[in-house]
Design a protein around this ligand. Structure first.
Ligand code: NAP
Length: 237
């Protein structure tokens, strides 16, 4: 069996769709989220056997370290890493609470740095591929999402720099920047007005993002790229 793919935020939404696609392609998948039962249930629902569901809060260094120790012992060296764990606490900056700012930055930005660092130790001798999930908002900005967009823009700089750092070790690092995707994160949005701005006229499905993630994971000559998956929304911004 091939080296495992580890999907942080794999229990729901975009991460879950990535886990599905990886499993369909014959990869062993490690699904990670804070909620252990949800991670295990998602892992058990995947096609093929020997998938693993683990609990870890990406914003906590010790939990990330422990998770990679468990993965190393049970599944061997990591082949693919996907960072889809993320939260939003949307508010105008004037109304944003400091604790929410810290949570968003620690989960979306620091969390991906911690998982990448831990995965690299495992990938250094055999190569590998990483895809971080950013956001169109990180590229274009959006009123009411200053902190969230800063976390995602930071992830872009991190992705490009890390790609340069580790290319010589045959490790590729790319980022997918989705627009509006139908998941729990966007469930509370008033969609009617928003879809009018999207050239393709609808929110995207998680599976449409997972296709882009798999493309980048499997493309041996692409690194340091930002791939926008947004139904054309960027054209209207
Ligand atoms: P979602 O349905 O809310 O799923 C988020 C996933 O991340 C869940 O598995 C969640 O599980 C996990 N998670 C959250 N905080 C975590 C933490 N501290 N440690 C570990 N796991 C954590 O969200 P989604 O829409 O699929 O979003 C996935 C990624 O895409 C996020 O980075 C998001 O910012 C980005 N994105 C989404 C959209 C969109 O329109 N949906 C657009 C652009 C970018 P637990 O709660 O159990 O931890």
């Amino acid at each position: 069996m091939s080296r495992p793919g580890v999907v942080f935020g794999g229990s729901r939404g975009i991460g879950r769709a990535v886990s599905q696609l990886l499993a369909q392609r014959g990869h062993r998948v490690v699904v990670v989220s804070r909620n252990k039962e949800a991670a295990q249930a998602a892992a058990e629902s995947l096609p093929g056997g020997e998938h693993l569901g683990l609990s870890c809060d990406v914003s906590k260094e010790e939990e990330v370290q422990r998770t990679f120790e468990v993965i190393g012992k049970t599944c061997g060296t990591v082949g693919y890493l996907v960072n889809a764990a993320g939260i939003n606490r949307d508010a105008l900056l004037l109304r944003s609470k400091s604790e929410d700012m810290v949570s968003v930055l620690h989960t979306n930005l620091l969390g991906s740095m911690l998982t990448c660092r831990a995965a690299l130790r495992s990938m250094l001798s055999h190569g590998g591929a990483i895809v971080n999930i950013g956001s169109l908002v990180g590229v274009k900005g959006n009123a009411g999402q200053c902190v969230y967009s800063a976390s995602k823009a930071g992830l872009e700089g991190f992705t490009r720099s890390l790609a340069k750092e580790v290319a010589a070790r045959n490790i590729r690092v790319n980022l997918v920047a989705p627009g509006f995707i139908q998941t729990d994160m966007t469930a509370g949005l008033e969609k009617e007005e928003l879809v009018k701005r999207i050239p393709l006229g609808r929110f995207g499905e998680p599976t449409e993002v997972s296709q882009a993630v798999l493309f980048l994971l499997e493309s041996p000559y692409i690194t340091g790229q930002i791939l926008i998956v947004d139904g054309g929304l960027q054209l209207a911004m």
